[in-house]
Design a protein around this ligand. Structure first.
Ligand SMILES: Nc1ncnc2c1ncn2[C@@H]1O[C@H](COP(=O)(O)OP(=O)(O)OP(=O)(O)O)[C@@H](O)[C@H]1O
Length: 265
């Protein structure tokens, strides 16, 4: 039996993914400790969504292995209780209400009815969805849909949470609600793998960042370390570092451990 008591929550070794002749991922290794909030950055087309799909077992790598909480992700049944995934376009049944959607997912997750009911009520209140909880999702704003989708991804209290652009397009209040929730989950020991283009969000919540560029991890470490390694000058923001390591021409010094296929950092 695979051990679920591991201090490495996400362990990916030399992941490669091809689509025909297109190389989407070119040797990515990750070792992310339990309880880390990992900010996963990269320009459009770098391979972030592909990586998340491999890490959650939704797609198979061309080569390489992934274990999450000690479980080989090809074992979807064993993996399911450990992982929550909020994709960029979340699956919601528009004809359901938020309450029905959450009850449905809780049932799929085999949560006992009383646990499900208590969690759903708590989250609906926390995410300010209570008043609209019985309206159809098709009538919801983008923020309400996103909050419903976020709750559905955490309803089973996963050990590792994968979030793809969770605050994109949200107003400041809804975005803050989700940011605060990410921090609360991290405080309680949940590992969070957060892919986003919104660098201030990463700066606000991430313990560690990884920058993907053309299918390779080109920088990795604490946000301050990545920023200083990128030699971004006095302003030294994460945005400067991001632009430096994804320009295709930077010579960024001393990346430390960036996994297989890394270069130039
Ligand atoms: N199903 C697919 N079939 C063919 N090519 C694909 C497929 N999925 C992704 N790709 C290609 O793989 C590369 C990486 O795509 P991916 O969606 O992972 O990037 P991304 O970093 O998530 O981009 P974005 O920030 O724009 O969402 C791109 O060149 C893309 O065209």
């Amino acid at each position: 039996m695979p051990s679920t008591h591991t201090t490495t929550a996400i362990d990916a070794d030399d992941l490669r993914k091809r689509y025909g002749s297109e190389v989407a991922l070119d040797g990515v290794s990750l070792s992310i400790s339990t309880g880390t909030v990992y900010g996963f950055l990269g320009p459009n087309g770098a391979g972030k969504t592909t990586t998340m799909r491999l890490l959650t077992g939704l797609a198979r790598p061309s080569s390489g292995t992934v274990r999450v909480c000690g479980v080989d992700v090809s074992d979807r049944r064993a993996l399911a209780p450990h992982v929550g995934y909020l994709p960029e376009t979340p699956p919601l049944y528009e004809e359901f209400s938020a309450r029905e959607q959450l009850e449905y997912v809780a049932d799929l997750r085999d949560l006992p009815a009383d646990v499900a009911e208590a969690r759903i009520e708590r989250y609906l209140t926390e995410f300010e969805l209570g008043e609209d909880a019985d309206k159809r999702i098709e009538a919801y704003s983008k923020g309400m849909k996103q909050k419903t989708a976020f709750v559905q991804s955490v309803i089973h209290d996963p050990d590792v949470l994968f979030l793809d652009e969770p605050t994109s397009g949200l107003d400041p209040r809804a975005a803050r609600r989700i940011r605060e929730s990410i921090l609360a989950f991290a405080d309680s020991g949940t590992t969070v793998f957060l892919s986003t283009h919104i660098l201030p969000v990463v700066e606000a919540v991430a313990d560690e960042v990884g920058v993907l560029y053309e299918g390779r991890l080109v920088a990795e470490g604490a946000p301050e370390a990545v920023t200083s390694r990128a030699e971004t000058g006095e302003s030294g923001s994460l945005e400067d570092a991001f632009l430096a390591v994804t320009s295709g021409e930077s010579e960024v010094a001393g990346a430390g451990e960036t996994g297989g296929g890394s270069e130039g950092v």
